[in-house]
Design a protein around this ligand. Structure first.
Ligand code: SF4
Length: 142
């Protein structure tokens, strides 16, 4: 299976704080699947490191107050374009991220709290029929 994977899970230091979030389960999929590393925030035009951002309804706002909705949308569209180009059936994405999170994301208050919802990229992929798994669900992948 071809899988789009949050690049930070595969060891790429692309998070807002300039670090990776390497995940052994994600790495273990290398032998069985074709993994396509992708970071929607970088492809949306944001630098690394960058201020943390959170969804506030339809908008995405950086901790500095900047509206970064457009960059997050652009990154999501690039993710979808790559999924179509490679024929990805599913994506393994970093949980809780305002881009990649699925099911629960930070609440927009920058206080560590979570709300039900999806990151911008996860939502667009789901809307287009691409299954989304969080890293804690990696064992559900065939
Ligand atoms: Fe990882 Fe996604 Fe955040 Fe990029 S946008 S650092 S891939 S969680």
């Amino acid at each position: 299976m071809k899988l789009l994977v949050s690049a930070c899970l595969l060891g790429v230091p692309c998070r807002y704080d300039g670090k990776a979030k390497t995940h052994d389960g994600a790495l273990s999929l290398f032998g069985r699947h074709t993994l396509i590393p992708f970071c929607p925030e970088i492809y949306g035009g944001l630098p690394t490191p960058r201020p943390a951002s959170e969804r506030q309804g339809e908008r995405v706002v950086a901790k500095t107050g900047n509206d970064v909705t457009e960059q997050f949308r652009r990154g999501a569209e690039e993710a979808l374009r790559l999924c179509r180009l490679y024929g990805c059936e599913a994506a393994l994405l970093k949980e809780r991220s305002p881009s990649c999170g699925h099911g629960a994301i930070h609440n927009g208050l920058f206080d560590g709290g979570l709300v039900e919802g999806d990151g911008v990229t996860a939502a667009l992929l789901l809307q287009n029929g691409i299954a989304v798994f969080g890293e804690s669900e990696w064992e559900r992948l065939p």
